[in-house]
Write a protein that binds this ligand. Structure first.
Ligand code: UDP
Ligand code: MG
Length: 311
């Protein structure tokens, strides 16, 4: 199979028939062997009925329906698990992403050797205040922190080589950071393609402003996990040591003050600083040890992605 198109959707019944028709048209024009995996993320409208109809008309359509709304990341993750095509394309269901981009994305993966190609909505048709400006800021910070030179991390239209999607796990709200997760897993050939973006014709956006706050917390988690996920003591132990060292310095000052004059220890700010840094330092070491215990028991502690083997 050439292409798997994974479509996460939540209450998109009006868009789906148009999307399917468009995908079929593009696939037929290029003679691709394909499947479309529609992951219904707990829709409460007629989306699932539409998916059943599509399936009845064309067995290339596959559907998975969640019992409730788990979020876009969960939907993508389940779709990735099912995808059989050599190239896996993700696409929003709301017709904002154009299926016309698929052949070129496919070519970039197949011929230019990319692990992942991300769409770039260079010209966007969303509200300026709610989307465009916050997303510029979001992309800038993600670029700085991850070192990946993409303009549009959160674009729903992306293409992957099949083994990339089988090797990564997307959960929570992490779908915005799939390139970061992929890079961390060792897939560093990440490309970008300017894609057409269209106005949402039917329904409404499913993401509000809280996505920005959660987004940054997720980015911090990812960066932390990639650096220290397997050796938490290297993180907590380092700042714990700095704190203990500062505690010792403060203690020395306190002792000098004590020797020099006869003031009560508790009158000196250095006394409190010494206490503070000592307690914080010990707590950080404790956190580090607990982190190490958690890692030791994690089932993924010895899970590596092997690229090639000669056995
Ligand atoms: N989506 C989903 N689960 C959710 C929220 C969104 O599967 O909990 C899907 C949604 O149906 C659409 C895609 O994710 O296919 C992108 O969502 P949306 O268009 O609302 O985001 P926007 O384009 O406004 O950023
Ligand atoms: Mg959209």
């Amino acid at each position: 199979m050439d292409i798997s198109i994974v479509v996460p959707l939540f209450n998109e019944d009006e868009s789906l028939p148009h999307l399917a028709e468009w995908i079929d048209r593009v696939m037929a024009a290029h003679g691709f062997i394909y499947e479309v995996i529609m992951v219904d993320d707990g829709s409460r409208d007629r989306s699932w009925a539409v998916i059943e109809q599509l399936r009845a008309a064309n067995p290339a359509y596959k559907g998975i329906k969640f019992r409730r709304n788990y979020g876009k990341s969960a939907a993508l993750n389940v779709g990735f698990g099912q995808a059989q095509g050599d190239v896996v394309i993700t696409m929003d269901a709301d017709l904002q992403d154009s299926p016309d981009e698929v052949p070129e994305l496919y070519r970039m993966i197949k011929e230019e050797g990319y692990d992942l190609v991300s769409g770039w909505k260079k010209v966007r048709y969303d509200s300026k205040i709610a989307k465009n400006i916050p997303s510029k800021f979001f992309n800038w910070t993600t670029r700085r922190m991850s070192g990946i030179k993409l303009h549009d991390f959160n674009c729903g239209l992306k293409a992957y080589r099949n083994d990339v999607v089988k090797s990564i796990e997307v959960y929570g709200e992490m779908h915005r950071y799939i390139p970061v997760i992929a890079k961390w897993a060792g897939f560093s050939r990440i490309g970008e393609k300017v894609v057409q973006h269209r106005k949402r014709e039917f329904g409404v956006t499913k993401f509000g402003m809280n996505r920005f706050v959660n987004g940054y917390l997720d980015l911090m988690s990812i960066m932390f996990m990639s650096k220290f996920g397997k050796q938490p003591m290297h993180f907590f132990g380092l700042i714990g040591s700095v704190s203990l060292l500062l505690g010792v310095v403060a203690l020395v000052v306190v002792l000098c003050l004590k020797i020099a004059g006869r003031m009560a220890l508790t009158n000196s700010v250095w006394f409190y600083l010494a206490m503070f840094f000592a307690v914080v330092g010990l707590m950080l070491f404790l956190a580090g040890f607990i982190g190490e215990l958690v890692c030791r028991n994690s089932t993924t502690r010895n899970q590596y992605l092997i690229e090639k083997e000669l056995l």
